[in-house]
Design a protein around this ligand. Structure first.
Ligand SMILES: Cc1cc2nc3c(=O)[nH]c(=O)nc-3n(C[C@H](O)[C@H](O)[C@H](O)COP(=O)(O)OP(=O)(O)OC[C@H]3O[C@@H](n4cnc5c(N)ncnc54)[C@H](O)[C@@H]3O)c2cc1C
Length: 425
């Protein structure tokens, strides 16, 4: 996970790099505590490096938990498991399946570490499901002085640690509420975008619903998931097809980069190839997709009732940038986690992407001007330009998070430049 080339670390999209002075790969909690106790300047933990902004970055001490993974405990009766913080989601769901268990919901890849996914408010889609951090029942946190805090529901500091951007300390283990294993039927179909927006409430009846609208076209690719008892597995052919789609998409984006004016026709050709498709399998195999073509992304949570209007307003903005990548639309349930972008309101998350070889900054800024009109809150793991001055008014419990942060990390060991800006300290 923390792969350095000639001493330099890069995140997934290549938008962030760092040359840390110290890199540690602890294998036990006691080694992890020693690293925290001995760190002089900034200490950050890198998960799988799948965040787009420099939220994990450290130029001083960088810690990878890639050797601190796996289940610590599983209680199938109570439907609860405890897992080491560095465990990637694919390894977690694989281990859960051995006990007939599964996460109630997840996003569209499974490469992230469980701690990274919780800490940034990572989410899937579905009106019944909150951000993944709502699945946490207990968190074991190593604070700046090396002490260990076991936080659980009922503890005042627990909700602050559920989504913390890693600013309260290092998560050592995470206890999760899980559910019995289940199977999903995935259906994808191209639909006219205005048709989707007019029928959102019907689509929201599905267990999980999302769509991608392709700029310069009226086409949205709608994906729904339903629980099913049907047998079947996504086969090797599905995997090969996904690879071929990724390869074709890479090619189209390379052409689009050289010939930005061709963007409308390229996307019309792409959406013209869409057809209805269906597959069935265990949830752990159906949620994740392959994302081989690298991109940069911004994503904001907006009040659900405004989502259709936001999407409509974004259309011109995105098309003015000759973007080929689709705009993604997903629902998330309200929660009461102070730093969750869905805190206190049922939300819809809308994401805008740009091919990684193209500049993304002005696209992010223009998309933000739309999100801002609807009091959008940024996903912490996606590009955004928000600082403390903007964030205070967007989060009702912002100040209380700052108090807990100051109490647990007086010297700012866990703050890098990005977090200094976000928290205004
Ligand atoms: C291709 C792709 C697809 C994505 N799909 C989705 C999606 O479907 N839904 C969604 O919501 N997001 C999605 N994301 C965003 C991604 O889920 C988040 O950025 C997530 O945080 C990445 O996890 P990570 O393990 O890579 O963490 P990193 O990016 O490495 O770190 C994230 C944060 O967690 C902190 N952290 C990591 N481990 C610990 C620890 N043990 N203790 C304390 N802090 C820690 C880091 O310091 C940092 O602040 C996607 C990103 C990419 C690149």
């Amino acid at each position: 996970m923390l792969h350095l080339t000639d001493g330099v670390w890069e995140n997934w999209s290549g938008s962030v790099s760092a040359r840390p002075t110290h890199v540690h790969y602890p294998e036990t909690e006691s080694e992890l505590r020693t690293v925290v106790e001995n760190a002089g300047e900034t200490l950050r933990v890198a998960g799988a490096g799948h965040s787009f902004p420099p939220v994990a970055k450290s130029e001083a001490t960088f810690v990878s938990l890639e050797r601190y993974t796996g289940l610590v405990d599983a209680d199938p009766e109570a439907r609860q498991v405890t897992v080491r913080a560095g465990t990637p989601l694919w390894q977690l769901t694989e281990a859960l399946s051995e006990y007939g268990l599964m996460l109630e919901n997840m996003g569209d890849i499974d490469a992230q570490s469980i701690a990274g996914a919780l800490s940034t408010g990572t989410h899937g889609t579905g009106t019944d499901f909150g951000v993944m951090a709502t699945q946490a029942a207990g968190l074991r946190l190593i604070t700046a002085d090396g002490s260990v805090l076991d936080l659980g529901r009922g503890d005042d500091r627990f909700p602050h640690a559920q989504v913390s951007l890693g600013a309260l300390g290092v998560l050592s283990t995470v206890t999760l509420d899980v559910v019995d294993g289940y199977r999903l039927r995935e259906r994808k179909r191209p639909v006219d975008i205005e048709d989707v927006l007019a029928n959102l409430e019907d689509y929201r009846e599905f267990r999980n619903f999302e769509f991608w609208w392709f700029p310069h076209t009226d086409t949205a690719l709608v994906k729904t998931l339903e629980e099913t008892d049907e047998t079947g597995e996504p086969g090797r052919l599905d995997a090969i097809e996904e690879r071929i789609e990724n390869l074709a998409w890479e090619g189209i984006n390379r052409v689009g980069r050289r010939l930005p004016r061709a963007a409308p026709s390229l996307n019309r050709i792409t959406t013209g190839t869409f057809a209805d498709s269906e597959r069935v399998g265990p949830a752990k195999d159906i949620y994740p997709t392959t994302r081989d073509v690298r991109f940069n992304e911004t994503e904001y949570g907006v009040p659900r009732e405004d989502a259709a209007e936001v999407l409509r307003e974004l259309r011109d903005v995105v098309e003015s940038h000759d973007v080929l990548f689709p705009v993604e639309f997903r629902d998330v349930a309200s929660d009461s986690i102070p730093l969750s972008p869905a805190t206190g309101r049922d939300s819809t998350f809308i994401a805008v992407h740009a091919y990684h070889r193209r500049p993304y900054e002005s696209l992010v800024a223009d998309a933000e001007s739309v999100f801002d009109r609807f009091e959008g809150r940024p996903h912490w793991g996606k590009h955004h330009t928000k600082t403390a001055a903007d964030l205070t008014s967007l989060y009702p419990e912002w100040e209380s998070f700052l108090d807990v942060r100051a109490e647990l990390d007086r010297e700012g060991l866990f703050l890098n430049d990005h977090l200094h800006e976000i928290f205004g300290v």
